[in-house]
Design a protein around this ligand. Structure first.
Ligand code: NCD
Ligand code: ZN
Length: 333
C-alpha cells in the first residue's frame, strides 16, 4: 500500500503557549488537525474565565477553522464558582498538574484534597478531568507508576467524573487504563510510540527528546503500541510542547518535545511496524472524539509514503527527529 487517506485527526493534548510563538504553533497544528485541545499551563495559566476567553480568541484568530476543546488549569483551593464560570467561558476540561511534575507546574496540586470542591463542581457540570499522572517525589522513571494509586482514588471518590490519563509512558499505566471503567480514557503521544530512553540518552544526550513523562524502554513502547492499536479508550494527544532552542540547549533543559511537525509521519511509521495501519484512523481521528462526545471530523488527510528529512528548526524550535529521515509525509486531501 502506498497512500493512506484517513479522517482528519484530533490532537487531544497540545501546547500552543502564549506570546509571540502562539500563532505559528497553532497554524502548524491546524495544517493537518481539525480539532485540538490546547493545554492550560501557559504563562499566566488558564485558570479564570477572562484569561481563558482571551486565550481562546487569540488561538481562533490564528486558525479560525480549528475546532477547540478548551481546558483550564486546576489550582489549589479553586472554588465551585470559578469552575462554573470557566465552564461558562467554554471550558470542557480541567487539568490536574501535580506540583513540580513538569513545565509551568509549580502552582500545581500537592494532593487531591486541595481541589475537592473544584472536582465535585466538575463532576456536577460534566467536565472532563485531564491528569498529568506523575508523582514528582518518586524516581524519574517510576513517577507514572507511583501516581496510579492517586488516579484510582480519584475514580473512587468521584464516581461520575470522566478522567483522561495523559501521555501514557509505561505498560503498567496502559494496563491500568485497559482495566478501568468506561469513563477512564488516555492519550498516547507519537514520541512515546516511536522513541525510547536510548534515543534520549543512549549515545549522545538529545535534549529535544526530553519530555515528561520521560521516554521508557522498548518493552514499554511495545505495550503502548498495542494499547494505541487496540484499546478503544486510548487516543492521540501529541503533547507537542515547543520550547525556544536556546532553552532546550542550555544547562537547565525544560521538559517538552516539539512534536507537531512530525506527529503524523511518526504515527504512520509506528502503526506500520505493528502491522496496524488499519487502526491508525481509529486512534487518531475517532476514539478521542467519541470519548469527549464530539462529532467526527469531516475533512480528510492523506499519508504518503515519501521519505523526507526533518529540518533542524521549525517555527523557531527544534522538532523531534530533527535531521533524521522519515518514511511518511502527510497532507490535506
Ligand atoms: C509539557 C510542556 O512543556 O508544557 N512538557 C512535557 O514534557 N510534556 C508539559 C506536560 O505536558 O507535561
Ligand atoms: Zn503536555
Amino acid at each position: 500500500m502506498r497512500d493512506l487517506v484517513i479522517r482528519a485527526p484530533d490532537d487531544f493534548h497540545v501546547h500552543f503557549r502564549s506570546g509571540p510563538g502562539l500563532e505559528k504553533f497553532v497554524r502548524r497544528t491546524a495544517a493537518l488537525f481539525d480539532r485540538a485541545l490546547p493545554m492550560p499551563n501557559t504563562l499566566p495559566p488558564l485558570a479564570d474565565a477572562a484569561t481563558l476567553r482571551a486565550y481562546a480568541a487569540s488561538v481562533r484568530a490564528a486558525a479560525p477553522d480549528l475546532d477547540l476543546v478548551l481546558s483550564f488549569k486546576l489550582l489549589p483551593g479553586m472554588d465551585t464558582e470559578t469552575v462554573r464560570s470557566l465552564a461558562g467561558a467554554g471550558a470542557r476540561v480541567g487539568k490536574y498538574y501535580p506540583a513540580g511534575a513538569t513545565t509551568h507546574s509549580s502552582d500545581g496540586i500537592r494532593e487531591p484534597g486541595e481541589i475537592r470542591e473544584a472536582l465535585a463542581a466538575m463532576e456536577d457540570a460534566g467536565l472532563v478531568l485531564s491528569v498529568h499522572g506523575e508523582d514528582p517525589a518518586a524516581p524519574v522513571l517510576e513517577r507514572e507508576r507511583a501516581f496510579l494509586p492517586v488516579v484510582r482514588g480519584l475514580l473512587d471518590d468521584y464516581p461520575r467524573l470522566r478522567i483522561v490519563l495523559e501521555h501514557l509512558s509505561t505498560r503498567e499505566a496502559a494496563e491500568f487504563v485497559a482495566a478501568g471503567p468506561r469513563r477512564l480514557g488516555a492519550t498516547v503521544t507519537a514520541h512515546h510510540l516511536s522513541f525510547t530512553t536510548d534515543d534520549l540518552a543512549g549515545r549522545a544526550l538529545n535534549p529535544h527528546l526530553y519530555c515528561k513523562p520521560v521516554l521508557q524502554d522498548a518493552a514499554h513502547r511495545a505495550a503502548l503500541r498495542k494499547a494505541a492499536a487496540a484499546c478503544e479508550r486510548v487516543f492521540f494527544g501529541s503533547d507537542s510542547a515547543p520550547h525556544p532552542r536556546d532553552r532546550k540547549e542550555s544547562g537547565s533543559i525544560p521538559p517538552g518535545i516539539y512534536a507537531a511537525p512530525v506527529a503524523l509521519p511518526l504515527l504512520a511509521a509506528a502503526f506500520e511496524e505493528e502491522d496496524a495501519l488499519d487502526r491508525l484512523e481509529d486512534f487518531a481521528s475517532a476514539r478521542g472524539a467519541s470519548f469527549y462526545g464530539l462529532p467526527p471530523n469531516r475533512s480528510r488527510v492523506r499519508l504518503v509514503r515519501e521519505t523526507w528529512t526533518v529540518p533542524d528548526e521549525v517555527d523557531g524550535a527544534v522538532p523531534a527527529a530533527a535531521g533524521s529521515a522519515l518514511a511518511w509525509t502527510a497532507e490535506r486531501v
